[in-house]
Design a protein around this ligand. Structure first.
Ligand code: ARG
Length: 261
């Protein structure tokens, strides 16, 4: 009886030792392959925002944000899976974990920082007013009681609310910026307010739309960052390291055409 128990314990001990070795072996295997296996990052965007993100005729998402992410991916050995999910879904899907990263010309704001974390800035922007070529409007103040078109829940929308008040019924908010600008062309709004580089790109690509832009010092400087769910420090550190690397090697400035600290 006692002898049997002794033998059992002995065998049990051997099993435990072997099991421990087994674990060690498989752990080593995963570490050794880590060098080649790329970490996949699921990125969400709204791709009607040229030159930052738009769809080409092959159905691919292209633009400055894509180029920056690809440059970071090369430095940090990452695989980028970019999806055109729409503007508001970028925020929702980041929150519920369907996306890892938001890359959509997103301005770093104090309000967004309550729910998300941002990388260091990679681009400086500001708002720009767009009106019809023959419009008499010459300043932001003159738009205080005019119909405005913006992309919903963007910094352009916030600027319009700041001008006209939170509850103004003269602000029309659209899913994307091109639709907001179209509203000006159609005569449904006197002006649209949107990110400067994107408005200028729209005018360049639509020379027959007969639009012009108006600048205003009342618009603050804005900085774009990539956005993660609050607390995803690991991914934040990874992307920040990538941004620092492409700042240092000149790649970021080459892509954006501007230098940022
Ligand atoms: N920079 C602005 C913001 O963060 C607008 C960004 C809109 N981006 C887009 N891909 N539609 O509010």
């Amino acid at each position: 009886m006692w002898r049997k128990k002794g033998l059992f314990l002995f065998l049990a001990a051997i099993v435990l030792v072997l099991a421990a070795c087994g674990t060690k072996d498989s752990e080593e295997e995963t570490t050794s392959t880590e060098g080649d296996a790329k970490q996949k990052i699921i990125v969400g965007t709204e791709a009607t925002f040229a030159p930052f993100e738009s769809m080409n005729d092959k159905g691919e998402i292209v633009g400055i944000d894509v180029d920056i992410l690809n440059a970071i991916a090369t430095e940090m050995n990452l695989e980028i899976d970019m999806r055109n999910v729409g503007w508001e879904p970028v925020f929702q899907q980041l929150k519920n974990g369907e996306l890892d990263l938001g890359a959509s010309g997103i301005t770093i704001t104090e309000e967004r920082k309550e729910t998300y974390d941002f990388t260091v800035p990679y681009y400086e922007a500001t708002q720009l007013i767009v009106v019809k070529e023959d419009s008499a409007i010459a300043s932001l103040e003159e738009l205080a009681d005019k119909k405005l078109a913006v992309q919903i829940n963007t910094t352009g929308h916030i600027a319009a609310r700041k001008l006209q008040g939170e509850t103004s019924s003269d602000i029309r908010a659209f899913e994307n910026l091109p639709t907001a600008i179209q509203e000006v062309i159609n005569g449904g709004a006197e002006a649209a307010i949107g990110d400067n580089a994107v408005v200028l790109e729209y005018l360049k690509n639509n020379p027959d739309a007969k639009l012009k832009t108006i600048e205003s010092d009342d618009f603050e400087k804005e900085y774009y960052g990539f956005m993660v769910k609050k607390g995803n420090q690991e991914l934040l550190d990874l992307i920040n390291e990538g941004i620092e690397k492409i700042k240092e090697n000149g790649k970021l400035a080459e892509i954006t055409g501007q230098t940022i600290q």
